[in-house]
Design a protein around this ligand. Structure first.
Ligand code: ARG
Ligand code: ZN
Length: 457
C-alpha cells in the first residue's frame, strides 16, 4: 500500500495537473467489500462492457492481451483499481485515450488517470498486458482460473480466477457485457461465452469472436482452449454451441441434442431461458475435477451425467442471470441448482424429489453435515461444501411443502424474473417467498438456512 501511495505522489509531480484537478475526486476503494474475498472487485466505478483481445500460444503458455473496459464513475475519482495478478505484466494503460500512470501490487492494478473523472462520467480504459497466466488455488484447495492442460486451457473462474487472465472489476455485483476476440494456432479451438459472431484463419492462426450480450459476472466468463470437436447448430429452437475433447467424443455422442429437453423443461417452470445461446465444453481434466456453469456454455471435466447437465443448465437461471450479492449467499446458486437436479430426475422418472429429499434428510443428526447452515458457510474454504448444495436444496423442498406447489413455483418464476441479469441476496429471497405465498416464513428459514443442527420436519 505504501508503494502505491508513493507512486501516486509521483504521478502528481510528473503530470501537469493543476492543484484544483488533483484534489478533485478521491481514490476508488480497492475492494467491493465482500468479507470472503476483501480485495475482489473495486469501488468508484461500474463496468459496462469488456472488449478482450487475447492471443494465446499453448506451447509456450504465453498470453498477449488487450482489454478495453467501458465504465461509469460512481464517485469523483482520482484513481481506481482493476483486479489482475501481478505475474502478468501490464505494458500500458490509457484512460479515454490518454496515457495513465499505473502500478501493480498483489492482485491489484492501480490506475491514476491524467485527470480526475467526475462522478457519473462515462470513461474507457485500455490495458495492454502479457505473460504466462497461472491459475490460483482457492481457500478450499481447488484450482481456479487459467488452468493449463496438455493441449490448451481449462478456464473456470469461480470464485476468483478471472484476475489470472484479464483486468477487471471482478466482484459479481459488477456485471457487464463481454466480447472476446481470441487468436490461437489453427490446430486448436477457442470457445468463449455467448454467440460466435466471426471466425477467420490467417498464417496458421485462427481468430474467433464471441459476443456475450447479456450482462455477466466475470467469475462466469470462460475462454477455454484445446483440441476440440466443435459444433454450432440450431437445435429445437436453441443455438447450441459445443466443443468436445476428442478423447471423450465417443461417450459424448448426442451431447448437443441433450440440451433442448432440459432447457424446455426448466423454461416451463422457471420462465424463459435467459440467454441467446447455449451448449457446453467437455474438456478431459481430471486434475480440475469440477464443472462450472460458465455463462451460456458450462465447462465439464468429463461427459456430464443427466444430473450434472441439469445442475449446470439450471445455474443459467440461478447464478448466472440471478446472481448473489455476496459469496456468503452461494446457496442461492448451489441449493437451487441441486434442487433443479432433483426436479429433472423426477421429470425423467428416475427418482422423485421426495425420495431425493428423504435420502439427504436421513443423514444422522450427529453428522458434521448438519452443523453448517447453508446461508452462512462460515468462510471461503466452505463455499462449495455439501450443506450449501444439499441442505440448500432441502430448504427449497421444505418451503415447497409449506406453501404448496402453485406458490412455490410462482416464487421460483418471480425470483428469475424480478432479478433477471441482476443480483439478490438471501434476505430478498425470504421477502419474496413471504410476499408471493402470503405466509410468515421466518421460522422455516431460520431453522433451515441460519441455525446449526438438524431441523425437524
Ligand atoms: N459452481 C460449480 C458447480 O457447482 C462449482 C464450482 C466450484 N469451484 C471451486 N473453485 N471449487 O457446478
Ligand atoms: Zn453448482
Amino acid at each position: 500500500m505504501k508503494r502505491l501511495l508513493a507512486l501516486t505522489a509521483t504521478a502528481f509531480i510528473l503530470l501537469p495537473l493543476s492543484p484544483a484537478l488533483a484534489h478533485d475526486g478521491t481514490p476508488g476503494a480497492p475492494g467491493a467489500g465482500d468479507p470472503y474475498f476483501p480485495g475482489q472487485g473495486n469501488g468508484g466505478y461500474d463496468a459496462g462492457h469488456y472488449d478482450l483481445s487475447l492471443d494465446y500460444d499453448p506451447s509456450s503458455g504465453r498470453l498477449t492481451g488487450v482489454t478495453k473496459i467501458t465504465a461509469r464513475a460512481t464517485q469523483a475519482l482520482s484513481r481506481f483499481n482493476l483486479d489482475l495478478v501481478s505475474t502478468l505484466s501490464v505494458r500500458s494503460v490509457t484512460v479515454d485515450g490518454r496515457p495513465a500512470v499505473f502500478a501493480q501490487s498483489g492482485n491489484e492494478l492501480v490506475v491514476t488517470p491524467a485527470r480526475s473523472l467526475g462522478s457519473g462520467r462515462d470513461f474507457s480504459v485500455v490495458v495492454r498486458y502479457d505473460g504466462r497466466p497461472v491459475h490460483v488455488v482457492d481457500p478450499d484447495g481447488s484450482l481456479d482460473g487459467w488452468i493449463k492442460t496438455s493441449d490448451g486451457v481449462y478456464n473456470v473462474n469461480e470464485p476468483q480466477g478471472a484476475m489470472t487472465w484479464y483486468p477487471g472489476n471482478h466482484h459479481m455485483t459488477d456485471k457487464a457485457t463481454h466480447r472476446f476476440t481470441v487468436t490461437v494456432p489453427s490446430s486448436r479451438v477457442a470457445v468463449a461465452n455467448g454467440d460466435l459472431v466471426a471466425k477467420w484463419s490467417k498464417g496458421g492462426h485462427t481468430t474467433s469472436v464471441w459476443d456475450s450480450r447479456e450482462p455477466m459476472a466475470s467469475y462466469l466468463a470462460t475462454v477455454t482452449i484445446g483440441k476440440f470437436e466443435f459444433a454450432d447448430a440450431r437445435i429445437g429452437g436453441y443455438r447450441v454451441t459445443t466443443a468436445v475433447d476428442p478423447k471423450l467424443a465417443g461417450d459424448a455422442k448426442g451431447f448437443p441434442e441433450r440440451h433442448p429437453p432440459v432447457l424446455d423443461y426448466f423454461s416451463s417452470i422457471f420462465g424463459p431461458y435467459p440467454f441467446s445461446s447455449t451448449g457446453g465444453i467437455i474438456d478431459h481434466a481430471p486434475e480440475v475435477g469440477y464443472a462450472l456453469e460458465t455463462q451460456t456454455r458450462p465447462v465439464y471435466p468429463r461427459v456430464p451425467s443427466e444430473s450434472l447437465l441439469a445442475h449446470e443448465l439450471a445455474h443459467q437461471w440461478f447464478g448466472d442471470s440471478v446472481t448473489p450479492t455476496l459469496w456468503r449467499d452461494i446457496w442461492l446458486n448451489e441449493g437451487f441448482a441441486t434442487y433443479s437436479e432433483w426436479l429433472w430426475l423426477d421429470k425423467l422418472g428416475t427418482r422423485t424429489v421426495q425420495v431425493a429429499f428423504d435420502a439427504a434428510y436421513a443423514t444422522p443428526a450427529e453428522d458434521e453435515f448438519w452443523q453448517s447452515p447453508p446461508a452462512d458457510p462460515g468462510g471461503p474454504e466452505n463455499l462449495f461444501h455439501d450443506p450449501v448444495y444439499d441442505r440448500g436444496a432441502m430448504t427449497l423442498h421444505v418451503l415447497r411443502l409449506e406453501v404448496g406447489d402453485p406458490a412455490f413455483f410462482a416464487i421460483l418464476r418471480a425470483w428469475a424474473s424480478d432479478y433477471k441479469y441482476g443480483n439478490a441476496d438471501t434476505a430478498a429471497f425470504v421477502a419474496l417467498s413471504e410476499r408471493v405465498s402470503g405466509k410468515q416464513l421466518d421460522a422455516l428459514f431460520e431453522a433451515w438456512l441460519f441455525k446449526p443442527g438438524k431441523p425437524t420436519v
